[in-house]
Every structure is written in structure tokens, then in C-alpha cells.
Design a protein around this ligand. Structure first.
Ligand SMILES: Nc1nc2c(ncn2[C@@H]2O[C@H](COP(=O)(O)OP(=O)(O)O)[C@@H](O)[C@H]2O)c(=O)[nH]1
Ligand SMILES: [Mg+2]
Length: 331
């Protein structure tokens, strides 16, 4: 076993072990190769990983030609999966195309997006997955789409701020979410896999066009009427206004309710380039579990910099971490 494997490497290796399919295995191996410390002691391991990767890639290429998977089942990647929902021509593809590098089709005609397209959006030091979707219309959504919405970490209802039918667009999407049991009714307890208003955001697009700001106000009011207890957040955005896109990125991150935690090896500086992403409320033990499945059993002590009183303070396994914490795991 070569020395000096970092928590980043071990975490990638753990993802490889837990991979449910070849696609995930390939992604994990690529990451292992990217973060493995490059020195003599790891040369054999690097060569071994490269061989394994090329074998898997060959198998995948063979498979792709014969089998097509369900396009509405999008494997989750990154810190969270955000699925867009909206009427035709509301600007869904333009948003995903601007915020990610996904190759989407932006068009002035409706139904230009026949199938979901996923892309990764940068937010500070993490990546968030955005999924462009085919449109919904009054009372209807494409087959398979309800499943995609149900498993999303966050749903964005996209409303065209330049359109006089923007209020119908919001009620139309809201009704669909209710009818399909995706969104809990106001005042009711959410069941498993049912979204609450906090898992939803209304995004009013094309705010560079006339009267979009006025419509934004109306949509805010309508949101409160439809969903009196708390409601969802409504934000305006335009692909022509970069500052509005920055706000949207930040609001999406906040809504995902995750924290970023950095690990450090005793006696070394923390690696601040690649955080581990935990659910809000995640503990030291959750972090250890994410780094490597053998870690929780071996974990002796942990020290934290950030959310504690003094830097490097020892903490218990059930200590709740905060966004930006640096953690030293001692085994
Ligand atoms: N002025 C303006 N036009 C936009 C904006 N976003 C999208 N559009 C235009 O709206 C039309 C529909 O956009 P598209 O992203 O294809 O909508 P989709 O059907 O919801 O995916 C295209 O002609 C886009 O160029 C925006 O922020 N400002
Ligand atoms: Mg589209």
C-alpha cells in the first residue's frame, strides 16, 4: 500500500466501491486518477487504475450501442440535483445553457427540448447538477417526468416574465405538482418523497424585457395566495444580466441545504480546493463515512477549525459541522 493517500483519494476510492453501475465506476476512477498523489510510490497503483479505467470504458462503449436507458432517470451528480419545470419557451434551456456547459437547444419555437439534458453548474468550490426538461402544458407533463421531479433535491418552476400568461404558468405548474402528489398541500404533513415549499423555487425569467419586474411582483403575491404557510421563494433572472445569474446560483445553493467541509491530515495544511458535501446537520461521523467506509470504525479523535470556540478544538463524533469547517480526522 503506497503512502500518503489523501482523504480526497480515499473518498473517490470509496465512491468506486459503492458505485452501482459502470458509469459511476468510470467517474470514480477518473477522480481517483486526478487526485492521486503523483510520486514513485503510487506509480504501480496509477498504472493499475488506468488499466481498469480503459477496460470499463471499452465495456461501456459496447453497451451504449445496444441498450438505451430511461432518459428521465438522471443519475445524481455533485452537491445536489436541481430539476427545471415550466411551460414551452419560458427560458429553461437558455438558463441551463448559460449556467452550465451542457449542450442544450435554445429556440424561439416551442418543444425544442424533447428529452432531459443534465449539466453541472459551478458554485464557488462545488458543482451542482441542473437538469433541463421538456415543457409541461396545462394539466399535462411528459411521461416519466413526475419521477424526475420526485427525486430532485430542488425543483425550479420557470415562468416567462415577458409573457402575459405568466400567472397561468405558475398556477398550471402548481396544479400539476399537487395532482401528481409531488408537492404537499398547504397545512398537510409531507409523506416520503413528497416535496414541501422549501424544496421549490419560482424563477421568473427574461427580466431584461419590459414589464417583467411588474409581473415578478404579481407572481410573488400569487405564490403567497397559493401556498399561504410560508410559500416558496420567487426570484427574477435574465440570461442577459450576469449579476442576476450570480444571485440565482447562490439561492440554489442555499436551498439545497448542504454544507461544505474540508479535511486535513495531521501536521499538514487543509486541502481547501475540494470540499466534502454533507447534508445540513451532518456530523463528524457522517464526514468520516463519506471519506471512507473503514473510517468510522477506526476514528479515534477529531479536531475542528471554524464553528468551534478555539482553532483545532477536539470534538465528539456526533459534533454537528457547519459550512466551511476544517476537520482533522485521526485514526
Ligand atoms: N430577452 C431574453 N430572452 C430570453 C431569455 N431567456 C430565454 N430567452 C429567449 O426565449 C426563447 C425560449 O428560450 P428557451 O430557453 O429555448 O425556452 P425553453 O423552451 O423553456 O427551453 C428563446 O428565443 C430565447 O432566446 C432572457 O433572459 N432574456
Ligand atoms: Mg427547452
Amino acid at each position: 500500500m503506497p503512502a500518503n493517500l489523501t482523504p480526497q483519494y480515499l473518498a473517490a476510492e470509496e465512491r468506486y466501491r459503492r458505485a452501482r453501475n459502470k458509469e459511476e465506476k468510470i467517474a470514480a476512477l477518473e477522480e481517483m486518477l486526478a487526485v492521486i498523489p503523483k510520486h514513485k510510490g503510487t506509480e504501480n497503483l496509477q498504472a493499475h487504475l488506468r488499466r481498469r479505467l480503459s477496460k470499463l470504458r471499452q465495456m461501456e462503449e459496447g453497451k451504449a450501442a445496444t441498450k438505451s436507458a430511461d432518459p428521465f432517470q438522471i443519475p445524481k451528480e455533485g452537491a445536489g440535483q436541481v430539476v427545471l419545470m415550466g411551460y414551452p419557451n419560458t427560458g429553461k434551456s437558455a438558463l441551463v445553457g448559460t449556467l452550465t456547459r451542457a449542450r442544450v437547444n435554445v429556440a424561439e419555437y416551442p418543444f425544442a427540448t424533447p428529452l432531459p439534458v443534465a449539466g453541472m453548474m459551478n458554485y464557488q468550490d462545488i458543482m451542482i447538477q441542473l437538469v433541463d426538461m421538456p415543457p409541461v402544458t396545462a394539466g399535462e407533463m411528459p411521461r416519466g417526468m413526475a419521477g424526475t421531479l420526485r427525486q430532485a433535491d430542488l425543483i425550479l418552476i420557470i415562468i416567462d416574465g415577458s409573457s402575459d400568461s405568466c400567472l397561468e404558468q405558475l398556477t398550471g405548474c402548481y396544479d400539476l405538482l399537487q395532482q401528481r402528489g409531488i408537492l404537499v398541500a398547504p397545512g398537510e404533513e409531507p409523506g416520503p418523497q413528497v416535496k414541501t415549499a422549501g424544496d421549490l423555487m419560482a424563477v421568473v425569467t427574461k427580466t431584461d424585457l419590459p414589464e417583467a419586474e411588474t409581473r415578478l411582483e404579481l407572481l410573488l403575491e400569487l405564490g403567497k395566495e397559493l401556498y399561504p404557510d410560508g410559500g416558496w421563494e420567487t426570484v427574477g433572472v435574465s440570461v442577459e444580466k450576469p449579476e442576476s445569474l450570480e444571485v440565482l446560483r447562490e439561492r440554489i445553493f442555499t436551498h439545497l441545504r448542504v454544507i461544505r467541509v474540508y479535511t486535513k491530515i495531521p501536521g499538514k495544511e487543509a486541502d481547501l480546493s475540494k470540499p466534502f458535501v454533507l447534508k445540513d446537520g451532518g456530523t463528524v461521523l457522517d464526514l468520516a463515512e463519506l471519506v471512507h467506509r473503514d473510517f468510522p470504525g477506526k476514528l479515534k479523535r477529531a479536531r475542528v477549525w471554524g464553528s468551534v470556540k478555539f482553532p483545532g478544538q477536539p470534538v465528539e463524533r456526533d459534533y454537528r459541522l457547519a459550512d466551511g469547517d476544517i476537520v482533522e480526522l485521526l485514526v
